[in-house]
Design a binder for this molecule. Structure first.
Ligand code: SF4
Length: 375
């Protein structure tokens, strides 16, 4: 749910130069002091992330923001589900009690900054799938697992049904936990992360039917569902889906000694032949720890790869795809939207507030806490 009450309308901000916007952003930050936290996701464009107080992946950022004692407003330069997670974690009942009953307000500078992957698993589709599966298998045997890149309503669904959230860093440990609870997993919304992780655990594609929400029984036979170990939701990241095995072969042919480093949201054909597959944090850490002269072709969001190139001129870093693979929705957060949302906060108006319903937040926390308990 969002609340938008504009004191300053957005349109005039479009006319301002970047220099003017930067100087006004700095001034708003100074006026708001430690009551404001600007969070910048790793995939965010440089000119925006320069103004962030904290940089990280979605979960790291939300957790850090929730731990802050001074912060009263979070401006999340990321996408919608990230702002929802920040709202859920920062406004847990124990955190609100510490602040004497005060909520942290979470702002997404542009409401059009969604995530195509999260949008592929609408809660109504998920509930309908769960009901259909109940005709073939006992859903008490099924643990729902959702990647953190999902709507709060899906996290809450997992919380209510004995399920859990995972990140790309802990997906394997979370799946191991899930199999200790029940014999099957329903994995949302990214089929690639679900498949790549399950393959590492020795589960073959034969036991991983893909559930297409637009087809009866997800497009599967009853036998395929009955013998399944992991049912994969038919979702993907439009950015990471673009990387192909041919891109890997082409780099290996052209550059001697090059290593391929990819995110597990990439398709199986790419993950299987990469040298290293890991989360955004692992990609950053791998480059940071590598000696000068290392050669990388990296398969993840373009802005992050370009930043790594700038930060590590002592290494040879290439973008794995010949095409532009960037998170177009995150890119919607620009200096104009950031400046507009900050100046409204200064005058006491919260625009584009992300506020998760209490019941949804409560069940989402259950699923998130289960994740935190997994070591
Ligand atoms: S990179 Fe992919 S998963 Fe991440 S926010 Fe963008 S569309 Fe969603």
């Amino acid at each position: 749910m969002s609340i938008t009450i504009e004191s300053y309308p957005f349109a005039p901000y479009r006319e301002l130069s970047n220099a003017e916007l930067c100087s006004r952003i700095q001034s708003a930050k100074q006026q708001l002091g430690s009551s404001l936290l600007i969070l910048g996701h790793h995939y965010q464009q440089d000119e925006v992330i320069e103004h962030a107080d904290l940089k990280g992946d979605s979960y790291q950022l939300s957790k850090l923001a929730a731990e802050s004692s001074d912060c009263r407003t979070i401006v999340f330069c990321g996408v919608h589900f990230m702002a929802e997670t920040a709202d859920i974690l920062a406004n847990r009942p124990d955190r609100i009690a510490i602040r004497g009953g005060e909520r942290v307000r979470v702002v997404l500078p542009d409401m059009a900054a969604g995530c195509s992957m999260a949008d592929m698993a609408a809660i109504r589709q998920v509930e309908a799938a769960w009901d259909q599966l109940g005709d073939v298998i006992d859903t008490n045997d099924l643990t729902p697992v959702t990647y953190i890149n999902s709507a709060a309503s899906l996290k809450a669904f997992c919380g209510k049904h004995g399920g859990i959230v995972c990140t790309s860093s802990n997906a394997k440990a979370v799946l191991e936990w899930a199999f200790k609870q029940r014999k099957r997993v329903f994995f949302f919304p990214d089929q690639h992360l679900g498949r790549n992780t399950s393959l590492k655990m020795g589960i073959t594609n034969e036991f991983m039917p893909v559930w297409n929400p637009h087809e009866e029984m997800g497009g599967n036979s009853r036998d395929a569902i009955d013998s399944s170990k992991v049912i994969l939701w038919k979702g993907h990241c439009s950015v990471h889906q673009m990387f192909q095995a041919d891109h890997v072969h082409s780099f290996r042919k052209r550059i001697d000694g090059i290593k391929i480093l990819v995110h597990p949201e990439c398709p199986q054909e790419v993950n299987d032949i990469a040298d290293i597959s890991g989360s955004t944090s692992k990609i950053i850490e791998t480059v940071k720890q590598s000696p000068p002269g290392s050669k990388w072709a990296i398969g993840t969001e373009l802005h992050l790869v370009d930043r790594l190139k700038k930060e590590h001129p002592e290494q040879e870093i290439h973008f794995l795809s010949p095409l532009v693979c960037m998170c177009a929705t995150m890119y919607r957060i620009d200096l104009a939207h950031l400046c507009w949302s900050l100046e409204n906060i200064v005058v006491g108006t919260i625009v584009n507030e992300i506020k998760v319903k209490e019941e949804t937040a409560r069940w989402s926390v259950v699923a998130l806490e289960r994740m935190l308990s997994v070591k």
